[in-house]
Design a protein around this ligand. Structure first.
Ligand SMILES: C[S@@+](CC[C@H](N)C(=O)[O-])C[C@H]1O[C@@H](n2cnc3c(N)ncnc32)[C@H](O)[C@@H]1O
Ligand code: SF4
Length: 272
């Protein structure tokens, strides 16, 4: 079977977090009463299938929720080392509140493609320096990203507006939104996929919109764990999604329009 290449896939290890950021791009605090659970065996099975369909992906991102809370992070990082020749970069995010455990540090250290991004939210991230030191000691590449003060990374956070209640229905407007969206369809980073458990969504925001109960569309994702579908069928579904002119989630996501200077907000402001 001819396999495909991909620009970026974002793997969600889980939706649990120890912070409650108002503008969290994953909308984690808004589903924290009943967070979905992604079982490690399911994610591993999905990745097994993924690498039979995708010959190469430029970038993999492990995120959550808070990846350092979740035991999946070490398990998935370890598992991904089996496919090291099929990707260029593995990025792991953390909010700077917790130290990584030994098994995660070991899994990262043996994979030179791994880098940990330690996101520094000021006083909310008391463990930033200790994480940096633990990574250095274990031989794990890491970078601290400053998300507070005047010179915050990227000028601050933005608002995807998913919970605004607005719903776009006009086809041309939906196509226009997707065409110019820097989140789902970035000209530099390419089309971004999101893996939630076994479900592979085109544009990671689609998985969030589904988790929030704002979309129920089986055509928005491919269930990589579905054994009734062949690898060819899964590949063809991914290819069809890549060719879409817009995605079901574009109706509720305000997107990240490349033509508009987006308003920036203070990162990690906490909900009470
Ligand atoms: C959702 S977080 C999950 C990982 C981890 N809990 C953390 O906060 O670093 C993943 C990345 O998204 C960024 N992020 C979260 N909400 C954002 C927003 N509204 N605008 C821009 N970036 C955002 C975070 O700073 C982090 O770099
Ligand atoms: S730390 Fe904040 S941005 Fe990161 S997942 Fe938790 S709530 Fe979202």
């Amino acid at each position: 079977m001819e396999r495909i290449q991909m620009d970026r896939v974002i793997i969600y290890v889980g939706a649990v977090c120890n912070l409650r950021c108002k503008l969290c791009s994953e909308y984690i605090p808004y589903t924290s009463e009943n967070p979905p659970y992604y079982c490690p065996e399911q994610i591993k099975k999905a990745l097994y299938e993924y690498f039979r369909i995708v010959s190469h992906v430029k970038m993999i991102v492990l995120t959550g929720g808070e990846p350092f809370i979740n035991e999946n992070t070490a398990i998935i990082t370890e598992y991904l080392s089996e496919y090291m020749d099929q990707y260029d970069k593995l990025e792991i995010m953390t909010n700077g509140t917790l130290l990584p455990n030994e098994s995660l540090l070991r899994a990262c250290a043996k994979n030179e493609k791994t880098i940990i991004f330690i996101n520094h939210y000021g006083e909310l991230s008391p463990k930033v320096n200790a994480i940096h030191e633990a990574c250095e000691k274990a031989g794990v590449r890491n970078t601290i990203r400053k998300y507070y003060g005047e010179d915050a990374h990227f000028g601050g956070w933005f608002d995807l507006g998913i919970l605004s209640g607005e719903r776009l229905t006009d086809e041309n407007e939906l196509k226009d939104r997707f065409k110019h969206c820097l989140t789902g369809n970035n000209p530099r980073l390419g089309l971004s996929f999101g893996l939630y458990g076994g479900k592979l969504f085109a544009c990671s925001v689609s998985g969030i919109v589904e988790r929030l109960g704002l979309m129920d569309d089986k055509m928005a994702y491919i269930d990589l764990c579905d054994d009734t579908l062949s690898h060819e069928q899964k590949r063809d579904r991914i290819t069809a999604l890549r060719k879409s002119e817009y995605l079901p989630a574009c109706a509720v996501c305000h997107g990240n329009d490349s033509r508009v200077e987006k308003q920036r907000f203070v990162p990690a402001e906490q909900l009470s």
